[in-house]
Ligand binder design. Structure first.
Ligand code: GLC
Length: 740
């Protein structure tokens, strides 16, 4: 629709009709069975009129269902303004890819962009218009359950994936396969104190701008159509009522003219936070902060009209929000075709296809991180006698917390993946033990206490499972232990303070390693767990996250060498939980361990733990012997208008072809404010044929040296810089240059 007509449409709306566009309800309100609606309606306290006028709906999908709802909605709509279908299609629709922390671990934004194009094609066939993804919160605290949805502890890496994911989803809003991207949770949510979900966030503006904002700016620069507010505060004001964050930065500084939606009931939480006395004040603060859509409360629905009629807010604020929403619906082509590409035929044709599965399988093999491979026990030989044991050996629930349209039934388990490779008489599976000894967390998802506990093995079962596992283990050459955290111990509200494997799993592992066989530990989790004990007990460790629909196949490809591991750590694995937060790009401090003139305990260190994590940012092994040499800078003095050409030779001294993530870091040795010991500035994932070498090139420009100075100007300062290039943030070649 031409903008002039869209403007006329806006002007023709009544105040109630305008406010309706600012409301988002969930699916039960669109049921055609009256009794299903009345319960939620009374609970929410919203009129039937406002339900009919609400402009978007949360988490309704499926071609048949969305078509029915849209048709019914439009039949009652005076102006035929289509309903907008929004949902959490975060890392998969029907074909579910690895969870985002696994996608980040690929260090392959192009591959992930392809995956997001597939997700968009599947979800738009299912009638979804807007996805609440990607989540680009910086994640540095694995106690926080939502690190599963994050990419990395590093701003640059997260920004790179932010752009790739938004672009992959939106695909120029092609009506046949695209989703408008709602980037979330703006901003700083990953910095909740204590890693405890929904907790206080407090940081300096410098820290916010240097580390947390850039991934969102990358999304906005990639034309993300929507932004979701975070639950947390910034500088004492919850984001959903924070005009500095939403207006001064997002809208005025960045020029974002898209839609801002609250997170679930976050406007009401302005009252819980204590910055609004009642619904009226909450509504006023949110709309004045230019928050456009109220997700799942009755606050806009009941408060905005009297606020306008009493002259406490200008109707112009409402018009501006409605305009942004109508523009989004227009950009999606909904006025011309409210159904876009949804169709049951398209679903049949496009969902969970062999091509989509094979892409997912490839992503699984690139997302897994080989953390240890003593004695090169991996890759396995197909004629080895293998025992697969542990609760994740034949587990279908591999799709993680936010794959609400995916089906565990579609998942290829690890056992199924291995069975396709080995002979039956060479392969045994014994479950051995359960994921946990306590499933109380399932009660938050509707399970009864009895049901939750039914997942725990009886003493007899434990004894017989262990006995059988030991019996089979004695016959095996290699024991694969598939262990990890429960998928619902991760994700939203999944904050935990003990990040080691559960005691029953550790006890089981202790018994199995006594057999003295080659042992491969495979970890399924949505966060870095504490693996410090296991490192000493097993030969190989493969971190596979929650690998999604093709998990078993992708992991089997790695286990038997059909794929060479290329995943790299994006979030440091702590040595113990007491170190948290532990991340690579930390500041030196005035008493840096190892270089301070102070001695003994009087430097920045622990009495009972190393400072370094167990596995650092960027770390990961492959089956190849990769060597870095000959780091060269074409100059060691750089003018502001110049750039430095960096090259390094990377050698693959083994037969097996490899994908290697070559990483370039820079250290600003002295600035007007403290600077990190190193910062990732570029990376390249390069393919290396067997017994080959490649010269890899990078450019360092003035932009790479900029930061928020003491005066809060974003610029570079003259001085000396170190350059580091290597396979991870620790084992690096070093050179240096001066910016003059
Ligand atoms: C949840 C989450 C957010 C999600 C939204 C809608 O509370 O915080 O990530 O998109 O509600 O389901």
């Amino acid at each position: 629709m031409e903008e002039s007509k869209l403007r006329n449409l806006l002007e023709s709306l009544t105040l109630k009709e305008k406010i309706g566009q600012l409301i988002q309800l969930s699916g039960e309100f669109y049921s055609d069975e009256e009794e299903i609606v009345t319960g939620p309606q009374e609970k929410l306290g919203i009129s039937s009129e406002m339900i009919e006028l609400s402009g978007s709906v949360l988490n309704v999908a499926g071609a048949k269902k969305t078509k029915e709802v849209q048709k019914n909605y439009l039949s009652k709509s005076r102006h035929k303004i289509p309903l907008l279908f929004m949902g959490d299609v975060v890392y998969g629709y029907k074909t579910v890819f690895p969870v985002p922390i696994g996608l980040g671990s690929t260090w392959n934004p192009d591959l992930v962009k392809n995956a997001y194009e597939v997700i968009a094609e599947e979800a738009s066939a299912g009638g979804v218009d807007v996805t609440f993804a990607p989540m680009v919160d910086l994640v540095r605290d694995p106690r926080w359950g939502r690190v599963v949805e994050g990419i990395s502890e590093d701003t640059y890496l997260t920004s790179t994936f932010s752009e790739a994911m938004v672009t992959g989803f939106q695909n120029d809003l092609n009506p046949m396969n695209s989703l408008a991207s709602c980037v979330k949770h703006f901003v700083g949510y990953g910095a909740v104190e204590g890693g405890r979900d929904y907790n206080t966030v407090d940081m300096s503006e410098r820290h916010l701008r240097q580390y947390h904002l850039p991934p969102y700016q990358a999304a906005v620069n990639a034309d993300a159509k929507m932004v979701m507010t975070a639950f947390n505060t910034y500088d004492g004001v919850p984001i959903s009522g924070n005009d500095f964050i939403l207006k001064d930065i997002l809208r005025d500084e960045w020029g974002f003219d898209g839609v801002i939606i609250s997170d679930y009931a976050a406007i009401k939480e302005l009252i819980d936070h204590g910055v609004a006395a009642d619904n009226k004040e909450a509504a006023k603060k949110a709309i004045e902060a230019s928050l456009d859509i109220d997700m799942k409360t009755n606050i806009y629905a009941t408060q905005l009209e009297p606020l306008v009629e009493n002259g406490e807010i200008s109707e112009r604020l409402i018009d501006e929000s409605v305009w942004r929403i109508l523009k989004l619906k227009n950009d999606l082509g909904l006025f011309e075709n409210p159904y876009r590409s949804l169709s049951e035929e398209a679903e049949e044709e496009k969902l969970l296809t062999e091509d989509n599965r094979s892409l997912a399988r490839e992503v699984v093999s690139e997302s897994a991180i080989l953390l240890q491979n003593n004695k090169n026990v991996l890759p396995l030989k197909e004629d080895e006698n293998i025992l697969l044991t542990g609760p994740y050996g034949d587990e279908k629930a591999l799709i993680g917390f936010w794959a609400i349209y995916g089906e565990n039934a579609d998942v290829v388990t690890l056992k199924e993946g291995i069975e396709k490779v080995v002979e039956p008489d060479h392969f045994q599976f014994v479950k051995g033990t359960t994921i946990s000894e306590d499933y109380a967390f399932l009660q938050d998802f509707g399970a009864s206490k009895g049901k939750a506990q039914s997942f725990v093995m009886s003493d007899e079962e434990k004894e017989s499972e262990l006995k059988e596992a030991i019996r089979r283990g004695k016959e095996a050459d290699t024991i694969i232990l598939a262990l990890g955290e429960h998928t619902l111990q991760s994700g939203e509200g999944g904050s935990r303070t003990n990040l080691e494997l559960p005691k029953n799993q550790k006890d089981f592992l202790n018994e199995m390693v006594k057999l003295g066989k080659k042992t491969v530990l495979i970890i399924f989790s949505g966060r870095p767990l504490i693996l410090t004990d296991e490192v000493e007990q097993v030969d190989a460790i493969l971190q596979v996250w929650f690998p999604g629909t093709e998990g078993g196949n992708g992991i089997a490809d790695l286990l038997f060498g059909k794929a060479n591991p290329s995943g790299r750590v994006t979030m440091s694995f702590p040595y113990n939980v007491g170190q948290i937060p532990v991340y690579y790009n930390h500041y030196k401090t005035g008493r840096p361990l190892g270089t301070s003139t102070h001695t003994g305990r009087f430097v920045s260190k622990y009495l009972d733990s190393p400072n370094d994590p167990l596995y650092p940012f960027g770390y990961g092994l492959s089956y190849s012997d990769i060597v870095y040499e000959d780091l060269t800078l074409d100059k060691n003095k750089m003018q502001e208008d110049e750039e430095i050409n960096v090259s390094v030779t990377v050698k693959n001294n083994s037969e097996l072809k490899a994908k290697e993530v070559v990483q370039l870091y820079i250290q600003d040795i002295a600035g007007s404010v403290v600077r990190p010991v190193k910062e990732l500035k570029a990376f390249k994932k390069v393919e290396l044929a067997g017994n080959s070498s490649k010269k890899v090139h990078f450019k360092i420009t003035l932009d790479d040296l900029k930061f928020y100075t003491k005066e809060m100007a974003y610029e570079a300062e003259a001085g000396n810089f170190n350059v580091f290039v290597g396979p991870n943030s620790k084992d690096v070649l070093q050179d240096g240059f001066e910016l003059i």
